[in-house]
Design a protein around this ligand. Structure first.
Ligand code: PBG
Ligand code: ZN
Length: 324
């Protein structure tokens, strides 16, 4: 007769707010969040990004003020994306010592030296064709792009960037960047690799944010979203090439991959909650279908639970303002 009652009653530990909070397994901290920002040169006013409600392109002239605001709110790191008015076939503005990549890092470090600056290291916002490297016919030339990645990394490090964050999805990019940084004496500049980057349709709103000229897609260099073994392989390659931290991008639809890489590597792991993930939550909430504040926290907690140490998220300032 004793078996008419359950032996295990998990509900016991869920009875009250006190019990629920004592037995909560996962937490994220404001320190875990990295705020991605879009900085446009040659404009005077903030430009709202309509597909990412609440996110603006920041005029370069207002960047210092914004950085001050973030630092005061408790933000610990930003990922900088430039919206360039100097496009050419190779994206050469990125390795100009006075180009936008360098200026963004300098302004950030001059304004708030303790705020970590991660410099997104790619070309797609600086090329006239919108691809993430040098075009050779219709293809992106891997090895020609590596040389330019090295040049951009050195310029960003020189300008004060704490992390070089290569997102071009070229083979050997971490090794090329580590070599270029070391040769220039930047042994202490870290590399956070976009080590497993999928060719995802969730980047849609970012294309408006970054104003890229791309026609077509990046499937010849970014990964097929359906591939799990290859996803692990890509991150392990970047570890072998000398990355200091790894990243999975996007995050929410790739929690299995985050867990796989967490178990395959001992490096710190970041995950990027991308523009489309942000937009889905924002527009879902605006339509009255979901509660924005709760879904935002649930999504960030789930990414953490899957095994990410850091989360790149456009919600970072919301959390800084309203608390965890
Ligand atoms: C380009 C880059 C992209 C994002 C970050 N860096 C877009 C792409 O690869 O097409 C997407 C970020 C986001 O969607 O929030 N190297
Ligand atoms: Zn790119």
């Amino acid at each position: 007769m004793s078996n008419m009652f359950p032996v295990s009653r998990p509900r016991r530990l869920r009875q009250s707010p006190a019990l629920r909070s004592v037995f909560q397994e996962t937490e994220f901290r404001l320190e875990d969040l990295v705020l991605p920002i879009f900085v446009e040169e040659g404009i005077d006013d903030f430009v709202p990004i309509t597909s990412m409600p609440g996110v603006n392109r920041i005029p370069e002239s207002r960047l210092a003020g914004e950085i001050e605001r973030y630092a005061r709110a408790g933000i610990r790191s930003v990922m900088t994306f430039g919206v360039s008015h100097h496009l050419d076939a190779t994206g050469s503005d990125t390795w100009n010592e006075n180009g936008l990549v360098a200026r963004m890092a300098r302004i950030c470090k001059d304004t708030a030296p303790e705020l970590l600056v991660m410099s997104d290291t790619c070309f797609c916002e600086y090329t006239s064709h919108g691809h993430c490297g040098v075009l050779h016919g219709h293809e992106v030339d891997n090895d020609a792009t590596l040389i330019n990645l090295g040049k951009q990394a050195v310029v960003a490090a020189q300008a004060g960037a704490d992390f070089i964050a290569p997102s071009a999805a070229m083979d050997g990019q971490v090794q090329a960047i580590r070599g270029a940084l070391d040769a220039a004496g930047f042994h202490q500049t870290s590399i956070m690799a976009y080590s497993t980057k999928f060719a995802s349709s969730l980047y849609g709103p970012f294309r408006e944010a970054g104003g890229t000229a791309l026609k077509g897609d990046r499937k010849a260099y970014q990964m097929n979203p359906m591939n799990r073994r290859e996803a692990i392989r890509e991150s392990l390659l970047d570890e072998q090439e000398g990355a200091d931290a790894l990243m999975v991008k996007p995050a929410g639809a790739y929690l299995d991959i985050i867990r796989d890489i967490r178990e395959a590597s001992r490096l710190p792991l970041a995950a990027y909650q991308v523009s489309g993930e942000y937009a889905m939550i924002k527009f879902g909430a605006a339509a009255g279908a979901i509660d924005e504040a709760r879904v935002m926290r649930e999504s960030l907690g789930a990414i953490k639970r899957a095994g990410a140490d850091l989360i790149l998220t456009y919600f970072a300032m919301d959390i800084a303002r309203d608390g965890i």
